[in-house]
Design a binder for this molecule. Structure first.
Ligand code: SF4
Length: 184
């Protein structure tokens, strides 16, 4: 699998994975793929992510995407999965406003599948883009697993770094909740 983000794989031990289970969540994996600086700021509660209008819109979309009676929320430590359904087996759903970061959305869903697998739960994923009828089935094959685990290790290194990754101005910054923090 190709990726626009650089990942370096080192020392993948059981310790790394237990640390990841305790310290990372799906949003952080998504942010790593979008922008490492965004992950670093989010991990320190810096910037204005909580106040962002875009974040609020995203939460409203999550609320309205599935009828509440069909939803089953799953909260496991730091990981909160908004939508799960059962159709023979557990299906984890992730709903996005748009297709602007599909690679990040897939990595987030792969993380949920990986996370649940480590807890002994087998599941599949479905990715939904709001307003579109299409859905994308997502599973964790060998190449996706290798890519995800490399992301996890580098995401842990990123949040542990005492200094923030450099700002990388791109089209993504225009709608980023941290744009004022980075560029004001
Ligand atoms: S504004 Fe740009 S550089 Fe800053 S966190 Fe967002 S995407 Fe990254």
């Amino acid at each position: 699998m190709t990726s626009s983000c650089e990942v370096i794989r080192t020392g993948d031990t059981a310790d790394d994975w237990s640390v990841a289970l305790e310290r990372l969540n799906g949003t952080m994996v998504n942010y790593y793929v979008v922008c490492k600086r965004k992950l670093w700021l989010f991990s320190r509660n810096l910037g204005r992510e909580q106040d962002s209008e875009l974040v609020t819109i995203g939460k409203l979309i999550h609320e309205s995407s599935f009828k509440r009676r069909e939803k089953e929320e799953l909260i496991l430590g730091r990981v909160k999965i908004d939508h799960t359904t059962r159709s023979g087996r557990l299906i984890v759903h992730e709903v996005k406003k748009s297709r602007s970061h599909p690679e990040a959305a897939r990595a987030q869903l792969h993380f949920y599948i990986w996370f649940l697998e480590r807890l002994g739960v087998t599941c599949e994923g479905q990715l939904h883009f709001y307003g579109e009828k299409q859905r994308e089935d997502v599973s964790l094959g060998p190449s996706e697993r290798a890519y995800l685990e490399a992301i996890i290790l580098d995401a842990l290194r990123t949040i542990d770094s005492p200094s923030s990754p450099e700002c990388q101005r791109s089209a993504l910054c225009r709608k980023c909740a941290y744009r004022d923090y980075c560029w004001a």
